[in-house]
Design a protein around this ligand. Structure first.
Ligand code: LLP
Length: 420
C-alpha cells in the first residue's frame, strides 16, 4: 500500500493531511510514514522466511533513533559503518548478534568498541585492517568474528559515486587477492573467519547485477571450502533501487518520464535466493534506501517566484543543506503541491536559499503553478535525506516527524540558533 498519497486534492501521510503539519511544525520538515517502513521491511523479509537470514538495515540511510526502534522491533539487524552508528543501533535496541560493522576506514577505537560490544561480524576491507583487528582482539583477550569484504568487479550500472563493486572502487579486497586474504585470516589466532561480504552499489534498478554477484559469491564459498576454509555466513550487502519518478499521481500533477520499471522489492530477493541458499550459509542483506526512501518526504514552502532572463525560479525554504541529493548526484525527486489548487503547470527551477548556483532541488521541471506560501513535498526523501543535512550558511537542521495512522510524533526537534 502507498501510505503517502493524494486524497480529496490533498497530499496525505497515512491519515494526516500534510499541510496541517506545515501549519503546526513549519518548514523545512521531514515526515515519515511508520507503516510504510514496516511494509517495506516485510517485503524483503517475507521471501526469506524459510532461510536462516537477517535483514540488516543500513543505518547510513536514516539513523533517527525513533525510526531505528521501529525496525529493531520488527526483528531487523543493523549494518553500521562508524562508532556513532553502532552507538545509535545499540541505543535503539538492536541486538549485538544482529549487527555487522562495515566500512573502508575503521579507526582503532571503533574496532575496539565493536569487539567489546560483541557484535556478530566486523566486515574487513583490507589485509592491513585484518592485522590490526587481530592485534586489538589479542590485546582484549578475545577472538574477533570477521567476514572479508570481497570486491567482485561487477558493474552495478548506477551513479558513478555510488557504485562500489568495481575493481577501481576503494571498497573491499579485490577478487584475485581474496583467497590469499582468507588464507591469511585463517592463520591468525585471534580471528575467527565466519563469512564473506559483498556490496556492489546503491540504487541498482535491475536484478542482473545482483544475480551476477550472487553467482560470484557462491563460487567463492565453494572455492574456499575446497581450500578447507569453512565459512558459514554470507553478507550480500544492500543496494536495491527504488522508484523516484512519479512517486505519487494526481491528474493535476505533471506525469514524469518514467521509462525504467524498477523490480518490486521481493523480486530482488527471489532472484538471488536460489543461488545463495544452496551454499548452506546464513544470509544477511543490508538494505537502507529500499526500506526508508519512499516512507519519507521533505516539506518546504514557496518563499518567492521570479523570472531571470528566460528562466522562471521558484525559491523555496529547503536547500542543498536539507537535501543534497539533487546537487550532488543530479538526483531526481518528484516535487508536488500539498494542496491541489490548479491544473496549470509551468517549467521552473526549484531552488533553495543557499548562496550557491548548485543549490537546487530540481531544474527545468514541470511543476504545478505555485505562489508564495504554497506548501510543496519533495518526494522519496526518507533515505539519504536528513542524514546528509548540514549547517551550511548556518541554516538549522530541520525537524523530523513520524506519522502512524492518526498519530503524529516529533522524533527530532528543529535545531535552534543557540545550538549552532
Ligand atoms: N551496505 C554497504 C556496505 C553500503 O556501502 C551501503 C550504501 C549499503 C549497505 C546500503 O545501500 P542501499 O540499500 O541504501 O542502497 N548517498 C547516496 C547513497 C550512498 C550509499 C552508500 N552505501 C544517495 O543518496 O544515493
Amino acid at each position: 500500500m502507498q501510505h503517502i498519497r493524494y486524497q480529496d486534492n490533498q497530499l496525505y501521510c497515512e491519515d494526516i493531511p500534510l499541510h496541517e503539519l506545515v501549519e503546526e511544525f513549519d518548514t523545512p520538515l521531514y515526515v515519515y510514514s511508520k507503516n510504510q517502513i514496516v511494509e517495506n521491511f516485510r517485503a524483503l523479509d517475507t521471501p526469506l522466511a524459510g532461510t536462516n537470514h537477517v535483514i540488516c538495515y543500513a543505518l547510513k540511510a536514516n539513523s533517527n533513533v525513533s525510526l531505528l526502534k521501529v525496525l529493531a522491533n520488527e526483528g531487523a539487524g543493523a549494518d553500521v559503518v562508524s562508532a556513532g552508528e553502532l552507538y545509535l543501533a545499540l541505543k535503539a535496541g538492536f541486538s549485538p548478534e544482529k549487527i555487522a560493522f562495515a566500512g573502508v576506514g575503521k579507526r582503532e577505537g571503533e574496532i575496539e568498541y565493536a569487539l567489546k560490544e560483541g557484535i556478530y561480524s566486523i566486515n574487513v576491507e583490507s589485509t592491513q585492517e585484518l592485522q590490526l583487528i587481530s592485534l586489538i582482539a589479542m590485546r582484549l583477550h578475545t577472538k574477533a568474528r570477521i567476514s572479508l569484504r570481497v570486491n567482485p568487479d561487477i558493474d552495478a550500472e548506477s551513479h558513478p559515486y555510488i557504485t562500489t563493486g568495481l575493481r577501481s572502487n576503494k571498497f573491499g579486497i579485490s577478487g584475485d587477492k581474496a583467497l590469499e586474504a582468507f588464507r591469511l585470516a585463517a592463520t591468525l589466532s585471534s580471528i575467527e573467519v565466519i563469512g564473506v561480504h559483498t556490496h556492489i552499489g546503491s540504487q541498482i534498478t535491475k536484478v542482473e547485477p545482483f544475480v551476477e554477484a550472487a553467482k560470484y559469491v557462491a563460487g567463492l564459498v565453494a572455492k574456499l571450502r575446497e581450500a578447507n576454509i569453512l565459512i558459514h555466513h554470507i553478507d550480500f550487502g544492500g543496494g536495491f533501487g527504488v522508484q523516484y519518478a512519479d512517486a505519487v499521481r494526481h491528474e493535476a500533477v505533471p506525469v514524469e518520464e518514467n521509462n525504467s520499471a524498477i523490480p518490486a522489492l521481493g523480486d530482488f530477493v527471489t532472484a538471488v535466493l536460489p543461488i545463495l541458499q544452496p551454499t548452506g550459509c546464513s544470509l544477511w542483506l543490508e538494505p537502507g534506501r529500499s526500506i526508508v526512501a519512499n516512507a519519507g518526504i521533505l516539506l518546504t514552502k514557496v518563499l518567492y517566484t521570479k523570472e531571470n532572463g528566460t528562466k522562471k525560479f521558484v525559491v523555496v525554504d529547503a536547500g542543498m543543506n536539507d537535501l543534497i541529493r539533487p546537487s550532488l548526484y543530479n538526483a531526481h525527486h518528484q516535487i508536488v503541491p500539498l494542496k491541489i489548487e490548479t491544473y496549470e503547470h509551468e517549467k521552473v527551477d526549484i531552488v533553495g536559499p543557499i548562496c550557491e548556483t548548485g543549490d537546487f532541488l530540481a531544474r527545468d521541471r514541470m511543476l504545478s503553478k505555485v505562489k508564495r506560501n504554497d506548501g510543496l513535498a519533495v518526494m522519496t526523501t526518507g533515505a539519504y535525506g536528513f542524514v546528509n543535512t548540514s549547517n551550511y550558511n548556518a541554516r538549522l537542521h530541520p525537524a523530523e516527524i513520524m506519522v502512524n495512522g492518526e498519530k503524529v510524533r516529533v522524533i527530532r526537534e528543529r535545531q535552534t540558533l543557540e545550538q549552532l
